[in-house]
Design a protein around this ligand. Sequence first.
Ligand code: 5GP
Length: 368
Amino acid sequence: MRIYDDIQLDYCDVLLRPKRSTLASRSEVDVTRNYTFKWCPRTLNATGIVAANMATTGTFEIAREMQKQHLMSALHKHYSAEELIQFLKDNAKEFGSNDLLFVSSGVSDADFEKLTRVMDEKLCANICVDVANGYSPYLINYIRKVHKAWPQALIMAGNVVTGDMCEDLILNGADIVKVGIGPGSVCTTRKLTGVGRPQFSTVIECADAAHGVGGMICADGGCTVPGDVCKSFCAGADFVMLGGMLAGHAESGGEMHTKAFQTGEVNMIDDKTCAMKIEEKQYKIFYGMSSQYAQDKHYGGMKKYRASEGKVVELPFRGPIEPTLLALLGGMRSCMTYIGAKRLKDMPKCATFYRVNRQLNTIFGNEQ
Ligand code: 5GP
């Protein structure tokens, strides 16, 4: 039996060491990067944060808000080809191009057919090929097929967590490998299967392997606060994909509902009468794409041989997404000034980490 003894770390196990820096202010840093790729001949200027291609976060509405901040979006695959084409036409008029968007695909023949219909319109040539288990031979074969069909396309594919598999995917046509098995906020894969790897260590190993063969990685899942996104870029991620951090907003998918709560407080009506105070709160559903809920909603029920690998949560409604995105970018700018990174690309070069036992003081709760 082989056991890897090296300690495997998550974002919560590390903190960045501040460094002397010549940067006087946050406004001096550049959170964008000019990306050039191994296979795709196009270049891209973006802040490499990508909305996850989940039905709740890969929405047209979130994509619009992300692009306003120069951020990216992987549109979910439950839109029809017609809906995608119409959106891409409108979006190209609004933003000048669809360069910051990915069209998502599974690896079945039906997925390829749908992808072909969208690609034939020549509106967007960024493709996100997504399977839960990137170690399946179906993924490599599908990437080869997509790369052959559209050699100019930017191909992101995953998910895997080891350097060897990143290299394989890149050498077979992927420009970006999506890494992460089990770190997601609504993922139960680790519980159900015992498979997974702490995300910070995954990012370090996969970035090193991918960069070695001229490719890139997208760290997918496990970011809970802007600081985690900063740590991910610093660990070597070229792109960082977010689900939970973008969920529960006005632009997110998922049903909304209102609940009434009887609080301990009372409203005084006059000297002698009082009434219980009732508070109403709004919630939005967020669910894993392998959850029973998602299987029922998008695939007409769960197949007998499958088990749910995702959960359903009710998030307190967070209002419009813009303040969340601005806080995220603000956090990144501040991190860059702390570590002396003038450009997004410089973050790993400037980063040194402390391994920690505790990173937050939670005496007054963990909400803000
Ligand atoms: P988050 O940012 O919420 O921590 O993670 C988002 C990522 O979780 C997604 O991009 C996707 O890779 C992963 N994910 C989404 N739904 C599920 C699911 O039902 N099961 C598993 N195992 N992973 C999921």
